[in-house]
Each structure stands twice: as C-alpha cells, then as structure tokens.
Design a protein around this ligand. Structure first.
Ligand code: 0X9
Ligand code: ZN
Length: 451
C-alpha cells in the first residue's frame, strides 16, 4: 500500500510543469526554490551554447589539464577476471574506477605500478592522469559553476533552514582536518539541532570522495525539494514523523581542493598531510568494520589509503560520533559517483549478511530503489571487496539499513566524475524518488518483507 501511494505521489510530483521564472538562484538573494535551482542548470546550458557537452569526448585543449601535469598518478587498464582479482588490485594500490567484463580501469600512483605488476597483473593500457584527462575530459569550471561549492552549499542550507525554522535546523557534526564545519540540515517537526529524538531517523550523505561533486547536488537539492513540498500530504507525513538528516559534503576540504584552481584535480581523499608528505586518507576506507583488510591500501600515496588506524580522520570521527549518539537512526544513503549502482553490505567481506531477515530487507530495498533510478542493485563486495566503508560500519555498529549509491553517469564515456551540468536535473529527480522510498520504510524497514 505504501508503495502504491508512494508511486502515485511521485508520479504527481514529477509531472508538474516546471515554473518558468528564469532566475539563476545564485543571484537571487530572496529565496531558494527547487525548480529555480534545476532551471538554472538547464537554462544556463541552453542559453549558453559555448558550454561544451561534457558527455562526448572532444578535441583537447592541453592547457585545460595542465593542472595534472605534475601529478604522479596514472590511468591504467588491467585484466582482472573476478572480484577476488579486483580486490587484489585494490590492495596493490589501484583505485578501481570502471569495470567492463575482465577489463578493470582506474587510477594508480607511479609508486604502486611495480607492486601491481609484481602481483602478476598485466597492464593493458597506461597513461598519465593528465593524458587521460586530455583524452576524455575537456570541461572544467566555470562551465560547471551550477554545481555548489562549499560556501554555496552552506548558503542554500542556511536559506532553507531560515525559511522553515519550525521544522528545519542546521548544525555541524564536527570539523574537517582543515577546520571546515561538516554541516548537517535536520528536518524534524519536534526538536532542533542536536536535541535527541525518538522518531525514526534517516541519513543522507554526500561527497565522501572529493571529485564526486554530483553526490553533493543530490542530497542538497533533495533537502530543498523536501522543504518546498513540506505541505504535500505525503511529504508532511514523513516530516511529522521522522528525524531526517542531510549532510551533503562530508569531505569539504577535498571537494574545495578539487576545484580550487578552476581546473579539476581529480582529488578523492581528504586533505590530511601524512607524515611522509603525501596528501590524503580515503574516508571510505577509514571506518572501523574490518578496517585495513582486503581492498584497502596501506600506502599513503594511494587513492585508497585507509589511514594509520580506523577513524583516524576528523571527518569519519565526526560521523562516528553523530551515529553513535543517535539510537533512532534506521536508514542511510551515502551518495558516491559513478557507475549507476545501488550497493548494500557487506562490502568488506565476500559473504552475504548472516541475518536472513536483514539480508532480505537490504535486497528488497535495493531492488526498489534501483527501480526508481534505473541503477543496478547488488551486494557491495560483488563489485569488489573493500574494507572500511561507511555502510558496512553503520550497519555493523548500529544495524542501520545503509546503502552506497553510485550515481550517474554509467561510464567515463558519459563524463565519469565530471559529467557536466546537464545530468543534474535527471539525476536529482530520479534520486528524489528513491530517497522518498527510503523515507517511506524508515519507520520500520522490516515492513518491506510484507506480513
Ligand atoms: O570504492 C569505493 O569507495 C566506492 N566506489 S567509488 O568509485 N565512489 O570510490 C564503492 C564502495 C563500495 N563498497 C565496497 N565495495 N566495499
Ligand atoms: Zn566515491
């Protein structure tokens, strides 16, 4: 029944014509509107044909990628026949980005190439990250200025919190390693900020990985949409009865660094300066569940460096504290990009979840959310085994039904980490539907099993 109602509701919401006001929301100091935010994206694109279509490989302007010239990382393609082989490659320091049959492509530091070869991997293709970027990615900010940087994200969160003071509040769960606050918008009709609530809780997170900027837009625009539709009976029902947390940028330092020169830097990790001078810890390898095991690298220079210890990073510590302090949390989505997948635990071990009921809930929820997005549902470790990710820990520590979404696009040919602004609208609207489904079962995730 809930499902039927939800479908009707979503159908109604998404056939609504888009208002045509024509304002770029970033210049409108008065208010933030979901339609305006999306319209800013599409109108900007339509009005300014000089913005290139980032989904198609194009002629290269080497100047655009000069920022990567001193980067010691390579784009490689190797052969790895199954998830076990892929896990071995991760451990050698390869940050797997794409899997196509037996071909696995990703990013690896120059210092780890030898290790990869020593483990017996044949490197079918190897080019510097700069060469690779020239091959596939031509568009850099300001073309993507419709994406929200850290300050712009805060501005949106602040405005929607201010104009919905009775049900929304903004607070920081802690600071990043460079001292930026990790802002969280809370929607709860009874309490504010860090006050406790017994209402079932849902959490939406973005940007564990710096270069995955679209993973900020999805939770951020969902927050705008939810508050704008707060009087719709279905939305109101969830706002009245749930405790909703939206933290669109959990790795703000990395995200800011990635765009700091107007040319993408392909940053993944946080901005920790490791003792040897190498930068960054992979926050999605830094959680405690089976920390440091398969699929994580112990090399500081690797993009999948898991850090010196579980929860060594202030960003993951802040999330740990946030989760541990709240016993009411039931569901969670951590948005990443890209590949179009809905992933559920375990990711750090090649075993299904032992608790049969829980396993069925995960599978059912993943299948449902995949329907709304067109993404593929699967167990995380079927992609590759990788220890220390968010969702393994939130499920292991607190039984939260937690999902990793690898959002749009599907491949590097459609833009990879930098798909441009024209994908924002569809990605956001598709993901709102699955986020609404998540809320619809947050009261009792076991309800998805039927009676
Ligand atoms: O490797 C990751 O951290 C995630 N992919 S990404 O391209 N966004 O970096 C996937 C995590 C899925 N979890 C496991 N396989 N454990
Ligand atoms: Zn990611």
């Amino acid at each position: 029944m809930t499902k039927v109602l939800l479908s009707l509701f979503l159908a109604a919401i998404f056939v609504c014509p888009v208002e045509s006001k024509g304002n770029n929301i970033k210049e409108n100091e008065e208010k933030i509107s979901f339609h305006q935010l999306l319209q800013a994206v599409s109108e900007e694109y339509v009005k300014n044909p000089s913005i290139p279509d980032t989904s198609q490989p194009k002629v290269v302007n080497p100047a655009d990628v000069s920022i990567l010239a001193g980067d010691n990382r390579y784009w490689v393609t190797i052969y790895a026949s199954d998830k076990y082989e892929r896990t071995k490659a991760l451990e050698a320091g390869l940050d797997i980005v794409e899997i196509s049959g037996k071909q696995v492509s990703g990013i690896i530091h120059a210092k780890s190439i030898k290790t990869l070869e020593e483990k017996g991997f044949v490197i079918a293709l190897k080019m510097t990250l700069s060469e690779y970027a020239q091959e596939f990615f031509k568009d850099f900010p300001p073309n993507d200025s419709a994406y929200h940087n850290y300050d712009e994200m805060i501005e949106v969160l602040q405005k929607i919190a201010d104009s919905n003071k009775d049900i929304a509040s903004l607070f920081s769960i802690g600071k990043s390693i460079e001292g930026r606050e990790i802002w969280t918008l809370r929607i709860n009709s009874s309490v504010k900020g860090t006050q406790s609530s017994s209402k079932p809780g849902a959490v939406f997170m973005g940007a564990h990985h710096a270069r995955e900027h679209l993973s900020v837009e999805v939770p951020l625009l969902y927050a705008v949409w939810l508050l704008e539709n707060r009087n719709n009976p279905d939305v109101k029902k969830y706002i009245d009865t749930l405790d909703i947390y939206i933290m669109p940028m959990v790795n703000p330092d990395g995200a800011e660094y990635d765009i700091s020169t107007g040319k993408y830097k392909w940053q993944r990790k946080n901005m920790r300066v490791n003792p040897d001078g190498e930068i960054g810890v992979d926050l999605n390898r830094n959680y405690a569940y089976r920390w440091g095991g398969p699929g994580a690298s112990h090399s500081t220079w690797s993009d999948t460096y898991c850090g010196p210890a579980a929860f060594s990073e202030p960003e993951t510590q802040a999330i740990k504290k946030f989760v541990e302090e709240r016993d009411n949390l039931k569901t969670l989505i951590s948005y990443h990009s890209y590949s179009e997948l809905v992933l559920y635990p375990w990711g750090g071990v090649d075993e299904p979840i032992a608790n049969e009921k829980d396993r069925k809930v995960f599978i059912t929820m993943a299948q449902e959310m995949a329907k709304y997005t067109g993404y593929k549902p699967q167990q995380s470790s079927d992609l590759y085994v990788a220890t220390g990710d968010t969702t393994d820990w939130t499920y292991a520590a607190k039984g939260i039904f937690s999902f990793t979404f690898e959002i749009t696009p599907k491949s590097s040919y459609s833009g990879g980490f930098y798909p441009g602004i024209k994908v924002i609208e569809k990605t956001v609207t598709d993901n709102i539907k699955s986020a609404m489904y998540l809320l619809s079962v947050t009261h009792n995730p076991y309800s998805v099993l039927g009676k």
